[in-house]
Write a protein that binds this ligand. Structure first.
Ligand code: MG
Length: 248
């Protein structure tokens, strides 16, 4: 029986792609770069995903990633511009961007009535909490496990250990509390096992592989209907967030 739900934030609850496109369009205009065109997004995506994947593998730190990301992206786009300057502008823009994925708030409200809901995100702490608050999603979260505060990234064992220890009441940090955290009505999850947790997310590496390896149930949010790579198994695949209400 599922008792807790961990849900990824970017491209699961908040439409990160739409936020990024808006940030690039605005930033290119601001710095007088060539105007943003839709064909540029796949280039951004390829380089950015490569770098996040290297971070998941432990080959890059977050600081290193942020220091070189836009240099690599501009190189791939054939521009010359200072990546660090753009990174700052880009991150400020994203800090305030909260375009919802369809049905995200309705799903969260549904889940929050039945389960302990945890945001499970690789990202900067202050930014992710601010975006969840601005998107009105924070009140649905009992806990927020944001990698910068956790000190480890999905899919690492340390990240999952940390969240489980919080849920079981073995360790504590004020920073993990969400808007739905009410100590007086805290459910006893001291015996919680990973198979009583459902991990929902769009990333096959960070969310699905991470959750599966840890022994959690998994739900892959796959809006584009991509095929599952060979040898990989998940418990549920959905193309819309609405479908999740059928089994949770
Ligand atoms: Mg994601």
């Amino acid at each position: 029986m599922i008792k807790a739900v961990w849900i990824d934030v970017d491209n699961t609850l908040l439409d990160f792609d739409a936020c990024v496109k808006a940030a690039l369009r605005d930033g290119f205009a601001h710095f007088g770069l060539p105007p943003y065109r839709d064909e540029m997004f796949p280039v951004f995506n390829r380089v950015n995903n490569e770098m996040w994947h290297r971070l998941e593998l432990g080959e890059l730190t977050r600081e290193e990633l942020l220091a070189i990301r836009f240099d690599r992206i501009f190189e791939a786009l054939g521009f010359c511009f200072d990546g660090v300057t753009f990174e700052e502008y880009f991150r400020n823009y994203l800090f305030d961007s909260t375009i919802h994925v369809d049905g995200a708030l309705s799903l969260l409200r549904h889940l929050a009535d039945k389960y302990v809901v945890c945001a499970a995100s690789n990202g900067p702490y202050e930014q992710q909490i601010h975006r969840l608050q601005k998107a009105e999603m924070y009140p649905c979260m009992t806990y927020c496990f944001i990698s910068e505060q956790v000190g480890a990234e999905k899919p690492s064992q340390e990240y999952f250990d940390y969240g489980m220890s919080i849920l079981r009441g073995e360790v504590w940090a004020d920073a993990v509390t969400g808007g739905a955290f009410h100590p007086e009505e805290k459910k006893d999850l001291s015996q919680l096992t990973p198979d009583e947790v459902m991990m929902i997310g769009d990333s096959l590496t960070a969310d699905m592989a991470g959750g599966t390896r840890y022994g959690m149930k998994t739900c892959w949010y796959n809006p584009q209907g991509k095929g599952l790579p060979e040898g990989m198994a998940v418990d549920h695949v959905v193309r819309t967030l609405e479908e999740i209400k059928k089994f949770l």
